[in-house]
Design a protein around this ligand. Structure first.
Ligand code: FNR
Length: 412
């Protein structure tokens, strides 16, 4: 925080805009319209994207005065590891859309800050490469649960092998939401990406290679990504006929069919969590919880943490703003496991509000993707530093010297 101020005073412009709206505008100018729209956009009429932000607007901070705040400690212990600040890099798929260095750049940013990176199942790079770029820095692994148990087993084994400290199971995206902007642009965010490496490097995952070999020779020779294919099959299955033919994608139909069989496991139920529990000793967190009843079920099934999230408003249009869902879940969980939060964090003041409502830590999503698009690793790092610095300043100005002192009575 002091360094950022000093730089400002001496006339050094920040690497990326500090003001969140300016950051978005700058990223929009830099990114292709399709990539921008994919990252920025949400489901349907964007009601939940707005609800996420409005929920923060409805909570106001009430600062207290004449408290000695000279020494402040923003650290938090999660699953046996002390983090320097309650901030994580949210899992974000195929990042080469934002920057050619993709996860490698984000890993460098996370490492520089000592903040955990949650590695997405949909990574552009095999998780092993991301892990190498992270060095000793903490990493968690985010799992999309395949229909094929052997793929799940393999991902979990690899996640353990690369030193993941937790498994984050994302529950809210067993099918892709109604992404109106992408549909209108007939855009496949990852069609040109090379992120399939994540899967082709997986010995248990041979289906795609076979499908590619079997693809009719008049189809273009693609380098499809998992995400591209996943998006395709989701749309093909759930959306109006003919859409598939309009998509600007070099992914062969045969590959789409294969993925159709392998991913998108909408049959999952609570009892399936036992399967995961039996396969890993790592802490298991469920991402996408919005209802206290699901929080109660999660605890019954022995999970180690909950991430209150609505996927940044990208899944159910009209869903409750994520911050509005937080207090009920915190009350239900009653301190038994950590409750983390995402969907709508744009600033340090936002992080403060989520922590005041009971979050142990927050995941940041879109903002650092914009930083990445603008200035690679440095940009992603700068965005997280800005949020960190503002959280620290907000605590100072409000009269809190540690996260324990960031309490609900500081909000109206
Ligand atoms: C996501 N998110 C996500 N979540 C996940 O579990 N696995 C993933 O691969 C992705 N991919 C992804 C791509 C993009 C472009 C976005 C914007 C989001 C959801 C993400 O982890 C997080 O929940 C949201 O980004 C939080 O909302 P905000 O803060 O970005 O509004």
């Amino acid at each position: 925080q002091a360094r950022i101020y000093r730089n400002g005073v001496f006339g050094h412009r920040p690497v990326v805009p500090v003001e969140p709206a300016e950051l978005e505008i700058a990223a929009q100018r830099r990114m292709s319209p399709e990539a921008w729209s994919y990252v920025d956009g949400g489901a349907g009429q964007q009601r939940t994207v707005r609800a996420n932000l409005e929920a923060f607007d409805r909570h106001r901070i009430v600062p207290r005065m004449l408290i000695d705040v000279e020494q402040r400690d923003l650290s938090v212990e999660l699953f046996g590891r002390r983090l320097p600040a309650p901030l994580l890099f949210a899992p974000i798929g195929v990042l080469e859309m934002a920057h050619p260095e993709a996860e490698r750049a984000v890993a460098a940013a996370a490492k520089a800050l000592g903040l955990p990176m949650v590695i997405s199942t949909q990574g552009s790079l095999p998780m092993e490469e991301t892990a190498a770029a992270l060095g000793d820095s903490p990493r968690w692994y985010q799992l999309y649960w395949s229909r094929d148990d052997s793929v799940v087993d393999s991902f979990i084994a690899r996640a353990e092998e690369i030193g993941s400290e937790a498994i984050v199971v994302t529950l809210d995206t067993h099918v892709l939401g109604w992404r109106t902007h992408d549909l209108d642009l007939a855009y496949l965010p990852f069609a040109r990406a090379e992120g399939i490496a994540q899967y082709t490097s997986d010995a248990t995952f041979r289906g795609l290679a076979e499908a590619r070999a079997a693809a009719p020779s008049d189809e273009p020779t693609p380098r499809p990504t998992y995400a591209a294919v996943k998006a395709l099959f989701s749309m093909a299955r759930h959306y109006p006929g003919g859409l598939l033919d309009n998509l600007k994608s070099p992914v062969p139909r045969a590959a789409v069919e294969t993925f159709l069989e392998v991913f998108s496991r909408s049959t999952l139920t609570w009892n399936d969590l036992d399967y995961l529990r039996a396969r890993t000793k790592l802490p298991i967190l469920l991402k996408g919880i919005q209802d206290p009843r699901d929080a109660a079920l999660a605890l019954e099934h022995g999970v180690d943490g909950i991430i209150v999230s609505n996927h940044g408003g990208r899944q159910v249009d009209g869903a409750i703003g994520s911050l509005d869902a937080l207090p009920g879940i915190v009350a239900e969980v009653d301190g038994r496991v950590p409750v983390l939060f995402d969907s709508g964090i744009r600033s340090g003041a936002d992080a403060f509000k989520a922590i005041a409502l009971g979050a142990s830590a927050v995941l940041v999503g879109r903002p650092w993707v914009y930083g990445l698009a603008l200035a690679g690793a440095e940009g992603a790092q700068a965005v997280m530093e800005h949020i960190w610095a503002e959280l620290d300043l907000t605590m100072a100005l409000v009269g809190a010297t540690s996260l324990d002192e960031v309490t609900r009575d500081l909000l109206v």
